[in-house]
Design a protein around this ligand. Structure first.
Ligand SMILES: Cc1cc2nc3c(=O)[nH]c(=O)nc-3n(C[C@H](O)[C@H](O)[C@H](O)COP(=O)(O)OP(=O)(O)OC[C@H]3O[C@@H](n4cnc5c(N)ncnc54)[C@H](O)[C@@H]3O)c2cc1C
Length: 426
């Protein structure tokens, strides 16, 4: 690995999820003096990066908000077993975000733009992860097996024609599988799935939390410091950053990167930018030693969830729950995932026979589904790198590269204008 020739700066990265870890790694490669500020374990269970679906999918360019969603939304919200649920107590606080969310997907033209923008940071996610995992000496965390979208039939696939058209237009290819081919590849999959779309380029991570920990360990081996603290604000003098304030005292630095997932909102505000960031809470259940399951990752279209085989077991992850950040988990959401899996893989057996590890975490979501990456208003020394919503694992490494480019004054390989916080300044 080459060390890039740059003037070293003291840089604080706030938060050690996948975004903070990848950012720290890229900054270390640039020869900077890096401090990671993290109150928990890097990649620990408090982080979205711990429990996600583990998909690194170039196909995840379709935003949640799509034309016509407003018509389906009430049905979703009223169905306790659906993929999307709203805790009514959260509605007053969430209403402005929800309106922006609906507006972001109001027309096909808006969604086409979002898909283009997301493709710019997702198209080479699998390659970037393979390179990163190789660089830290842990290539086995990333498996490039392809990702399978399973449908009850061809019609169900055709019903999502807009999504697949956008994928095609953004350079993605897939293989269409008929019932026989599906069964040959995934013998445990229920016969109620008769059609599949296999995205060859897709990859997955065998253990996202441990992978984040390994990236941080590698950065520490190369000189990064890990400080167990919670950042609370910034000392900015004459537009220049002097320090990050933490609950353990100030940390002097020349640059800071806000990469604290859902907790970035207050820090971004302290850095001069009000960003509408909401938690789309999600859940996982990991079935230990499952008697049946997918050989490779599958997304059953009717479940809107990722089924990912991992060494720890079959990871079922999904659900969108809009609730207050501090609300208690609703473990019934995991039961919905498990019940669906029992139908998807009949060989799994009965619910009573399963040992399940349950988790809830916070997708850091902007209404338009695009992360916030770029200089903060209060000082260009503070860089935003948060708001990755449903695609933060896949786009973590490229975010780290963009941040390193910005700090080095290099032109990023990606047009970063669509990611600026200023899009919310009205
Ligand atoms: C159920 C579910 C399934 C998902 N599936 C996928 C998927 O398959 N593929 C994909 O690409 N994405 C997926 N995602 C999204 C992805 O997990 C997130 O976008 C991504 O993990 C966000 O990473 P992050 O580093 O920004 O935040 P996080 O991983 O949340 O990390 C933020 C870190 O900041 C720390 N922190 C908080 N406050 C402070 C503070 N004040 N000071 C210092 N540190 C602080 C926290 O302790 C935490 O460790 C999923 C998410 C969920 C919930």
């Amino acid at each position: 690995m080459m060390k890039r020739d740059r003037t070293p700066l003291r840089i604080a990265a706030i938060g050690a999820g996948i975004v903070g870890a990848a950012t720290a790694w890229e900054l270390i490669k640039d020869g900077h003096d890096v401090t990671l500020i993290e109150p928990g374990e890097p990649g620990g269970s408090q982080a979205a990066s711990y429990g996600n679906g583990a998909w690194i999918s170039p196909a995840s360019i379709i935003p949640m908000s799509m034309p016509g969603l407003w018509r389906k939304l009430p049905g979703y919200l009223l169905d306790p077993n659906g993929p999307l649920v709203l805790r009514w107590t959260a509605l007053p606080a969430l209403a402005p975000w929800l309106l922006r969310f609906l507006a972001a997907g109001w027309t096909v033209a808006k969604v086409e733009r979002t898909a283009r923008v997301l493709a710019s940071i997702l198209h080479d996610g699998p390659t970037r992860h393979a390179v990163l995992a190789q660089e830290i000496g842990e290539p086995d965390y990333i498996r490039q097996t392809g990702l399978l979208y399973a449908y009850p039939d061809r019609k169900a696939f055709d019903d999502e024609a807009l999504a697949w058209r956008l994928r095609r237009e953004n350079g993605l290819d897939w293989l269409e599988l008929d019932a026989g081919e599906l069964r040959r590849r995934e013998p445990d999959l229920s016969a109620s799935y008769q059609f599949g779309a296999l995205v060859h380029e897709g990859a997955y991570c065998t253990d996202p939390g441990a992978y984040v920990g390994a990236i941080v360990d590698a950065a520490r081996t190369r000189g990064a410091r890990l400080v167990k603290a919670r950042a609370t604000g910034f000392v900015v003098m004459g537009g220049r950053l002097a320090a990050v304030v933490t609950d353990q005292g100030p940390i002097e630095c020349d640059r800071a990167v806000i990469c604290a997932g859902i907790w970035s909102r207050v820090l971004a505000e302290a850095a001069g930018d009000r960003v509408p960031l909401a938690s789309e809470r999600g859940y996982h259940g990991v079935i230990a030693s499952p008697a049946a399951g997918p050989k490779f990752p599958i997304m059953p279209s009717d479940g809107r969830m990722a089924n990912t085989p991992t060494p720890a077991g079959l990871r079922l992850s999904g659900q969108v729950e809009l609730a207050r950040l501090d609300a208690e988990p609703d473990w019934a959401r995991v039961e919905i995932l498990v019940t669906h899996a029992l139908r998807t893989y009949p060989g799994l057996g009965s619910r009573a026979s399963l040992t399940i590890d349950r988790w809830m975490g916070h997708r850091p979501s902007t209404p338009d589904g695009r992360p916030v990456i770029g200089a903060a208003s209060a000082s260009a020394d503070i860089v935003h790198a948060f708001g990755h919503g449903h695609v933060g694992l896949a786009s973590g490494p490229i975010t780290g590269c963009i941040v390193a480019d910005l700090i080095a004054g290099r032109t990023a390989g990606v047009d970063i204008a669509p990611f600026g916080a200023s899009r919310f300044h009205h």
